[in-house]
Write a protein that binds this ligand. Structure first.
Ligand code: ZN
Length: 472
């Protein structure tokens, strides 16, 4: 006796074979189109020329149009928060579902991080270059490869099924993910009907390694702020008064030190951890992936991945104080630091911010004056893994890669996912991606592994073809 599950994989064997052949056959043109997108320096940060982001949106819209699958393709902007200022241009496209088929929203972003210094790159950041089995360039992985994974899956679908299939599609390619998705919430509300879907594929995350796929099920949130500590009305000579009055640097060091315990774990009351399983990950792996120096020990307690995925962490990412070059024998009156806190899945970002404020208030030494401002909050996220599309996605990954997908936690944040869940509470969220641990997104020499990319496209194409087959 065959179970229904076995039946459903038996019958569309030719569908799988045809989709696989289509994805393979189109790979050279997919890489060529990816390279064209990478050559557009679409940095979305305020200090960069917005005409490149516009050009990038136009290139993506043309790719969507050329699939011949959408009833509408448009470039749109929405206002940032409650200002009149418009966010960066996004591409939005839609095709209606037929015969009871589901609708899938495909998300990626076409903007990129600034490249940093050209000399830190082995080839020019905006000239895509293949070395070995990787293609290098800013955005080659994050997230222009995500854009092309969607486009390539759609092309394969059309090749095999023609343009007349039942699956409904929405495409949303954002233009300011790397600059805080500041108009995202407004964009969702204004385009709610055009974006509505039963499942959302967010192609902007990581795989376990070059040969093992992953689907992201947990994301930490973030609380970042500027902390300014003042102890003196003005600077004084450290030889005249040092030892009798505290300078702001001393007060700042004492205060910051209270954030961690002896082991380096976060020691802030009210910041919670999430109790979840983590796959094996050795100290050796951690050392090689982070470049931890031989005599330096790791931080924290618990499995390494639980420290990164399920526990909070605090990093001081910047400091405004006299530089070493301009240091004189002076007691500093004020010091500012930027504090970046990652919060565990399950905790509300507003609650975490309150806990941090309370901690700062009760651990400030010498009665120093402290101001917290520039507060930025992002909620963590836990994926509901019980829905049918989640199961289909994992099956498609297994068939495309030949091994089971790892259910991945991510130490960083994708705050817009919380917005997606809020606006589309009934949609299943599938966080996939084209990156691997060596992709170095946001860093010099960012790259995409071409084998990972091919397998990621195949997984998505198989998933879409199978969801289409659930019509009627
Ligand atoms: Zn990204």
């Amino acid at each position: 006796m065959t179970s229904p599950a076995e039946n459903s994989t038996e019958q569309p064997k030719t569908l799988d074979t045809d989709i696989t052949a289509a994805v393979q056959g189109q790979l050279p043109s997919t890489i060529a189109d990816l390279s064209r997108l990478v050559r557009i320096p679409s940095v979305s940060w305020a200090a960069f020329d917005p005409s490149h982001v516009r050009a990038s949106a136009e290139a993506v819209a043309a790719l969507a149009e050329e699939t011949g699958l959408f009833e509408s393709v448009a470039i749109k902007q929405a206002a940032i928060d409650d200002t009149q200022e418009l966010g960066q241009p996004a591409v939005i496209a839609r095709r209606a579902a037929r015969n009871g088929a589901p609708t899938v929203l495909l998300y990626a972003h076409h903007d990129v991080q600034p490249p940093g210094k050209d000399e830190d790159w082995d080839s020019h950041p905006f000239e895509p270059t293949v070395r070995g089995d990787r293609i290098y360039g800013r955005g080659a992985a994050d997230d222009k490869a995500g854009v092309m994974a969607h486009i390539a899956s759609l092309r394969a679908l059309k090749d095999v099924l023609g343009a007349d299939f039942d699956l409904g599609l929405a495409l949303f390619i954002e233009g300011e993910e790397e600059f805080g998705s500041r108009s995202f919430a407004n964009f969702l509300v204004e385009n709610k009907d055009a974006l509505a879907a039963d499942a959302i594929i967010v192609a902007d995350s990581n795989n376990w390694d070059e040969v093992t796929p992953a689907i992201t099920v947990g994301l930490r949130g973030n609380v970042t702020f500027r902390l300014t500590v003042r102890t003196l009305e003005h600077a004084s000579h450290s030889g005249m008064f040092g030892g009798a009055v505290p300078d702001a640097m001393l007060a700042t060091i004492r205060l910051l030190n209270s954030f961690w315990d002896e082991a380096g774990s976060v020691a802030v009351n009210g910041l919670t951890s999430y109790d979840g399983q983590t796959p094996d990950y050795s100290e050796e792996q951690l050392r090689s992936e982070t470049g931890l120096l031989p005599g330096v020990s790791p931080l924290g307690t618990g499995s390494f991945l639980s420290r990164i995925w399920n526990q909070p962490s605090i990093t001081v990412t910047g400091i405004d104080a006299p530089s070493v070059a301009s240091a004189s024998n002076t007691l500093s009156p004020a010091v500012s630091v930027k504090v970046s806190v990652r919060i565990a899945p399950g905790q509300d970002a507003t609650d975490a911010a309150s806990a941090l404020r309370a901690h700062v208030a009760s651990n400030t030494p010498f009665g120093a004056e402290v101001v917290i401002d520039d507060l930025d909050l992002g909620n963590p996220f836990l994926v509901d893994t019980s829905g049918p599309a989640f199961g289909e996605a994992k099956r498609a990954m297994k068939d495309a890669w030949g091994v089971d997908a790892v259910e991945l936690g991510v130490g960083g944040s994708i705050p817009f996912i919380a917005d997606l869940v809020r606006v589309f509470p009934s949609a299943e969220i599938l966080v996939t991606g084209v990156e691997d641990p060596h992709s170095r997104a946001h860093s010099p020499n960012e790259s995409l592994h071409l084998g990972v990319f091919a397998r990621s496209v195949l997984s998505e194409a198989l998933l879409l073809a199978r969801l289409n087959a659930t019509a009627r």
